[in-house]
Design a protein around this ligand. Structure first.
Ligand code: BGC
Length: 393
């Protein structure tokens, strides 16, 4: 088909843009370190011992001015998804290298667990908390306790809503993620020139994750005009936020919803041209459903995170693209923020308009997400040391 041939040409043009990466800087843990799953709770003694001497030399370098070191709590949502393991271990390694002691916890995607882990961090004397929330709206009470105790909070990757205890937000530009996914679809189907109609289905993420609004919003701002023109149609009719959501971003939930869509709307041989999947865990569910229940020509399929399983799928032609969010760059930026806050300074930000959490705009640092596909993954992921070739076999 015409559109499939166009893919290669369009993708190599997109590659150029892809090589401009994130928010830069910082040390880069090896792939082995960054993919290794740490234990649910880690506060290493070795780190504490190292801390003293590192903090000393850091103070020397800074002319003895400003506070360094201290206990930092890092609260991550789950170990089920590859990226949070990388985020957690990168944060821990970089904070320790900067002289901090780290209390790292994963909450098994259970809100109550995350709340109680944060309570423990506060009572353990953490001076600052870095939190990737499970549900953006569920931390108000515990963060009021943090504020009361003088503990500052950085929202990590996902904005924490309706809490005035949040000082800063560090993330990738979530709107841009969605926009890039939408633009990819426009190019892949050549929607500017082709009349279609092309059949599309949509799979997003957890409705309690504020990022979902930006991912979906960014993509739909690009795609809506083509839906309005009738070039893109959605046979299932499922477009509302609640209809396309995937609780906990679960692969299995995405897969079973997609199996139902395939059996209800595509079993008669109707061609599925494109699936807008907001991230890799949901894209994996779609790919699994397609493998078992769909015999038509393979649709364009988007994703996000460059998880190992999805990069393998890209190489095998079962996923068209992903968005690479280098967790090393986000971790480095957060360490800079932590350092500034601990020294009573303003943390670096580059956006003071976009992210209102209901109590006002939270000063944010947005790293730049990068487009990845089967053509550029080696350069982006292997040459940069994020993965080894062996990881992707
Ligand atoms: C993150 C994505 C991730 C998703 C599921 C989002 O908040 O920004 O990178 O794929 O959560 O964990």
């Amino acid at each position: 088909m015409m559109k499939r041939k166009l893919l290669g040409v369009l993708l190599s043009a997109a590659m150029a843009a892809a090589l401009v990466t994130g928010c830069g800087g910082g040390s880069t843990p090896t792939a082995a370190e960054s993919t290794e799953a740490p234990k649910e709770t880690e506060t290493t003694k070795a780190a504490e011992e190292e801390k003293a001497s590192e903090a000393e030399s850091k103070e020397d370098a800074a002319g003895g001015e400003g506070k360094t070191g201290g206990l930092v709590g890092v609260s991550m949502p789950t170990q089920d998804l590859q990226r949070w393991n990388q985020d957690g271990s990168n944060m821990k390694a970089e904070l320790e290298a900067a002289g901090y002691t780290v209390e790292l916890q994963y909450a098994s995607n259970e809100i109550a667990t995350q709340v109680s882990q944060i309570e423990t961090m506060i009572s353990d004397g953490c001076e600052l908390l870095v939190i990737a929330s499970i549900d953006g709206d569920s931390l108000g009470t515990v963060l009021a306790q943090a504020k009361e105790a003088g503990v500052q909070v950085i929202a990590y990757d996902r904005l924490i809503m309706n809490s005035d205890a949040v000082s800063y937000y560090a993330t990738f530009d979530n709107y841009l993620v969605g926009q890039k996914q939408g633009e990819y679809i426009v190019d892949a189907l050549d929607l500017k020139n082709q009349a279609g109609p092309f059949n599309m289905e949509i799979v997003t993420g957890d409705p309690g994750d504020n990022n979902v609004n930006f991912f979906y919003g960014g993509a739909m701002d690009v795609l809506q005009p083509y839906i309005d023109e009738g070039k893109l149609v959605i046979p299932s009719g499922q477009v509302e936020k609640d209809d396309v959501a995937t609780a906990n971003w679960s692969t299995e939930t995405a897969q079973s919803r997609f199996e139902t869509i395939l059996s209800s709307y595509y079993a008669d041989g109707t061609q599925l041209d494109v699936v807008l999947a907001s991230n890799d865990s949901t894209a994996l569910g779609v790919a699994n459903a397609l493998a078992a229940n769909y015999t038509g020509s393979y649709p364009v399929l988007t994703g996000q995170d460059c998880d190992v399983a999805n990069v393998k799928n890209m190489i095998a032609g079962k996923q068209s693209m992903s968005i690479f969010k280098d967790t090393r760059t986000l971790a480095s930026k957060v360490v800079e923020m932590v350092d500034a806050i601990m020294q009573g300074k303003e943390a670096p930000v580059n956006d003071t308009e976009t992210y209102d959490n209901g109590t006002g705009v939270i000063p944010s640092f947005l790293c730049e997400p990068v487009f990845a596909d089967a053509d550029n993954y080696k350069e982006l992921l292997v040459d940069s040391g994020y993965y080894t070739e062996a990881d992707l076999q």
